[in-house]
Design a protein. Structure first.
Ligand SMILES: O=C(O)C1=C[C@@H](OP(=O)(O)O)[C@@H](O)[C@H](O)C1
Ligand SMILES: C=C(OP(=O)(O)O)C(=O)O
Length: 443
């Protein structure tokens, strides 16, 4: 598995007149990391096809290897994981989690339940991303997890606890990944009795829970669902390998190309994800349609093209927080002010995305109102060339590539993207893929 660190300190994107073409998407980060962990916890070997090769999946693969789980790389996109039936051969390990929420949250729950002596830490931003709701939910039922830095945040030290839970509770309003983590660990707890997980308060980012339940089912575990309020795993269910599994293309990564098609001509087709996807972020295309773009969908592809100037949008984006960032930049091309609501979780992701987005959109000339959980963007007449800071946030870099599109960018002036290599978190070859649809020279 390799990732790109081949980009220079910054990339200058010349104004792109027209976009057209098709892009084969890298694998979904959310599906890849869940599948890797479930395969490791299963009985039997699982061949994973079209796995994402990026920083976030490297973190999960590295952790599994440190825990004694064997896996073989067949080629860039295919890995065979030799599951160990819910037992980890290595009982003491120091695990680097990078900035991968989809690694640290599910691994914390699984390791706390399985037991051992483990430390989990990451990059400095990871140590500012909350994990307290998950730790509390686990410690409440007998896990032994301590904070070695700031209370409520990684790094964590996990020791062998004694978990005796038939009912647990977790808050859902900061990150859905806490519930995902408990759900994936629940069959390891539900050996002789059922385990129920109650959600306290509002649950955000709900479609990600659907991904979790879908993949657990493919690994042989069904979860009973009482709306979004509680989830029950009946006893005696063990993860079993489906033999082989295919990872869909990443629907969040798709958003940049679909938005490009909607803004600057198109058609642009993304391949690897389609109308039957299990990822909530495919609904990004619905938002583009509301903005007036023409979207067509097949089993394994989605295509977008322009239909005149985009219409401004005012909508709740709680269900697609990642792809919503792409709407914020697409809003630069709309016919009036757009408002993206119910996105408070942006503040606790790779960076404070509400603040970062407001700062960088203003640089290109937009008028921006930044609220506690919303952002309102009034597009300028013409985009100003700018140097965009990316805050070690892959999505900031990918989103702002779109600010080079169409006649709105002033001719002869480049849009500079600082630290483009941060795209390696989920899409190491992003700028090559973008260059592939842009009808001008990029570098
Ligand atoms: O479970 C997942 O795979 C994810 C859930 C979302 O996080 P929150 O639940 O924290 O919003 C999303 O932003 C993240 O990129 C991936
Ligand atoms: C929020 C994100 O990542 P993570 O899985 O680390 O939470 C993201 O990819 O936008």
């Amino acid at each position: 598995m390799t990732q790109s660190t081949h980009y220079p300190e910054h990339i200058d994107l010349e104004p792109v007149i027209h976009v057209e073409g098709s892009v084969r998407l890298p694998g979904s980060k959310s599906i890849s990391n869940r599948t890797l962990l479930l395969a490791a916890l299963s009985e039997g070997a699982t061949t994973i096809h079209d796995l994402l090769a990026s920083d976030d999946t490297m973190v999960m693969l590295g952790a599994l290897r440190s825990l004694g789980i064997k896996w073989d790389e067949i080629d860039e996109r295919t890995v065979v994981v030799h599951g160990n039936g819910g037992v980890l051969p290595v009982h003491e390990a120091d695990l680097f989690m990078g900035n991968a929420g989809t690694a640290i949250r599910p691994l914390t729950a699984a390791l706390a339940v399985i037991g051992g002596d483990y430390t989990l830490h990451g990059v400095s931003r990871m140590h500012e991303r909350p994990i307290g709701d998950l730790v509390e939910a686990l410690n409440e039922v007998g896990a032994q997890i301590d904070y070695t830095g700031e209370p409520g945040f990684p790094p964590l030290r996990i020791r062998r606890g004694r978990i005796a839970a038939s009912r647990m509770a977790v808050r859902g309003n900061v990150s859905s990944q806490f519930l995902t983590a408990l759900l994936m660990a629940a069959p390891l707890m539900a050996t002789s009795h059922a385990v129920s997980i109650d959600v306290v308060g509002e649950l955000i980012s709900k479609p990600y829970i659907e991904i979790t339940l879908n993949l657990m089912r493919r690994f042989g575990v069904t979860v009973e669902q009482n709306g979004w309020a509680s989830f029950t795993v009946q006893p005696g269910q063990r993860y079993t390998s489906p033999g082989s599994i295919h990872v869909e293309g990443d629907a969040s990564s798709a958003s940049y190309f679909l938005a490009a098609g909607a803004i600057a001509g198109g058609p642009v087709r993304v391949e690897g994800v389609g109308e039957n996807s299990i990822q909530g972020d495919v609904r990004f295309a619905d938002a583009l349609e509301r903005m007036g773009a023409i979207v067509t969908r097949g089993d394994n592809w989605i295509e977008a093209r322009s239909n005149g100037v985009l219409k401004a949008i005012d909508a709740d984006f709680n269900h697609i927080p990642d792809a919503a960032m792409t709407i914020a930049v697409a809003a630069l091309y709309a016919d009036g002010p757009s408002t993206l609501r119910n996105i408070a979780s942006w503040r606790v992701k790779e960076t404070d995305r509400l603040a970062a987005m407001a700062t960088e959109l203003r640089k290109v000339g937009a008028e921006v109102e930044e609220g506690p959980d919303y952002i309102r963007i009034t597009p300028p007449e013409q985009l100003k060339p700018a140097t965009i800071d990316t805050y070690d946030d892959h999505r900031m870099a990918m989103c702002f590539s779109l600010a080079s599109l169409d006649g709105k960018a002033r001719r002869g002036n480049a849009m500079r993207i600082n630290d483009p290599k941060c795209v390696a978190k989920t899409f190491p070859e992003y700028f090559e893929a973008f260059a592939g649809i842009a009808k001008n020279e990029l570098f």
